[in-house]
Design a binder for this molecule. Structure first.
Ligand SMILES: Cc1cc2nc3c(=O)[nH]c(=O)nc-3n(C[C@H](O)[C@H](O)[C@H](O)COP(=O)(O)OP(=O)(O)OC[C@H]3O[C@@H](n4cnc5c(N)ncnc54)[C@H](O)[C@@H]3O)c2cc1C
Length: 458
């Protein structure tokens, strides 16, 4: 696994090649503040430089770990001592916004929030949105097929990327910068790279799909007494908000109580309810949309579908109800914690969550199991904390994943597999699918230099 540092610094320039002694000031990832350890870090600025780096590393069988914003939740970016890290942090910028075609061409290292804000200035909207918006990058979003809170209306990254450019292991630049919604000229090559977690190529730029910026927005936080009410309420909003519902996030009462109160967020609603939902609608006519939203909410209160509600009256109040859902730090009191990201049919969620809660409470006397998620997408998150020192990851995984099989669910709704869930991949993919994935990997990256070990464990 030899590589020549001088060859890499020749490609990117001395200031963008950092050897092992110069990178220890960097944290390993969002979740792991330990100093990064790797053979070297390279910071290419162009696709040609990425191509040069990969060509060189491929020739010497040198593993390369690609870094975006480092916010992934599946232990995907932690390098080994012998790895070269390729960070996209110098590949930033919005190259073009086409308001007529509804597209933006963006460099892979551009932070999601920068894209959202830049297109908003042009009256457009890029609807991917998630709690890590201020750090995660478009390349990372593509590599993980990110989801987030607006999937219900706009789909995941797979639906929001019209074209992309990726550099393959041998340095070939695969350009597929399609700008059209329709293009059936042969296989859709971009989809191979979306959700491939950097194992098949390094994404360098993309054509993103934009929408007109909504002229109105309504948000609310409601408390509810049963999951049946939550499901009925979701249906009511989908039917009666004229297609404007763009986010619908469920929080089990235990989650709400864990993140609000003395050391957490201010609770806008009493902390005694079994379920809470924060949701959002976006439309084109503020007056009509506001009135409709308030009427539907009023009806739901009258029908006793919801027990209590708060409609924020300012941007600050809106932010604070979303903080309850997005900023879960107050719940994370005593490590270790394990985070999950599963999907299953909505109708089975109540029974499934009850089983996981029971598994956790049987195993750990002081265990914490709190659930929340993008319910309308069939996607739930759990935070599990055994409440005892030690490494209980494998046991915690079994509590969550074993009962999932019965419902035909997936061990990853949106975070991916990384190094963390490799052993559970066969829970959610057939052996024929895994075989085809291996075939792709072995053919596109025969020397196994791109994010080795991730996803397939090879
Ligand atoms: C507070 C918080 C909230 C979150 N909420 C959500 C959510 O709602 N929905 C959701 O889907 N995720 C969520 N995440 C997870 C995370 O933000 C996403 O997975 C995100 O898409 C990762 O982007 P990144 O730039 O940080 O990628 P990184 O973490 O740097 O990398 C992720 C993977 O992509 C690869 N990669 C990165 N850039 C490239 C590239 N240019 N080419 C090829 N491979 C690349 C890496 O090697 C790695 O395998 C959340 C994370 C946090 C911390």
């Amino acid at each position: 696994m030899a590589h020549s540092g001088s060859a890499l610094s020749d490609i990117v320039g001395d200031s963008r090649f950092l050897d092992s002694s110069s990178i220890s000031g960097r944290a390993t990832s969002y979740w792991n503040s330990a100093p990064m350890q790797a053979k070297a870090l390279v910071l290419p600025g162009t696709s040609e430089e990425v191509a040069g780096i990969l060509r060189h590393c491929n020739a010497s069988g040198q593993p390369v770990i690609t870094h975006g914003g480092l916010t992934n939740c599946v232990n995907a970016v932690e390098p080994g001592l012998d790895d070269i890290v390729l960070s996209t942090e110098k590949m930033i910028g919005i190259l073009e916004i086409d308001k007529i075609g509804g597209t933006a061409i963006v460099e892979a290292g551009t932070v999601l929030q920068t894209v959202q804000e830049s297109v908003a200035k042009e009256g457009m909207c890029f609807p991917l949105d998630l709690g890590a918006r201020g750090s995660c990058t478009i390349g990372g979003n593509i590599a993980t097929n990110a989801g987030g809170i607006n999937v219900l209306r706009y789909g995941m990254m797979r639906n929001l990327v019209l074209g992309l450019e990726a550099v393959m292991a041998d340095g070939t630049v695969m350009s597929s910068m399609n700008r059209m919604l329709k293009n059936n000229a042969g296989y859709d090559m971009k989809q191979i790279f979306i959700g491939s977690e950097g194992t098949l190529g390094v994404v360098t730029r993309a054509v993103l799909r934009l929408f007109p910026k909504p002229a109105s927005r309504q948000d609310a936080l409601v408390a509810m007494n049963s999951i049946e009410d939550v499901i009925q309420f979701l249906g009511k909003l989908q039917r009666e908000l004229a297609g404007n519902l763009s986010a619908f996030e469920i929080m089990w009462g235990a989650y709400y109580r864990a993140v609000t109160g003395e050391n957490g967020h201010r609770p806008p609603l009493s902390r005694d309810y079994p379920f809470y939902v924060v949701f959002q609608a976006e439309g084109s006519d503020p007056q009509v949309d506001d009135a409709r939203f308030e009427r539907v909410l009023g009806d739901a209160l009258e029908e006793e579908l919801i027990a209590d509600a708060v409609i924020p009256k300012s941007a600050t109040e809106t932010r604070s109800i979303w903080e309850i859902r997005e900023n879960f730090e107050p719940a994370l009191v005593k490590p270790p914690f394990y985070l999950y990201d599963v999907s299953l049919p909505i109708r089975d969620m109540a029974a499934y969550v009850a089983t996981v809660e029971e598994n956790v409470s049987k195993r750990w006397r002081n265990g914490m199991c709190i659930a929340l998620g993008h319910m309308a997408d069939g996607n739930l998150h759990f935070f599990i904390a055994p409440g005892e020192d030690g490494d209980y990851h494998a046991e915690s995984d079994a509590c969550v994943y074993e009962p999932l099989r019965e419902y035909g669910g997936s061990v990853s709704a949106e975070h991916g597999i990384g190094l963390e869930k490799i052993g559970w991949l066969p829970h959610s993919k057939s052996s024929a699918e895994i075989q085809l994935m291996r075939l792709l990997k072995q053919n596109l990256d025969p020397n196994n230099i791109l994010n080795p070990g991730r996803v397939l464990g090879i």
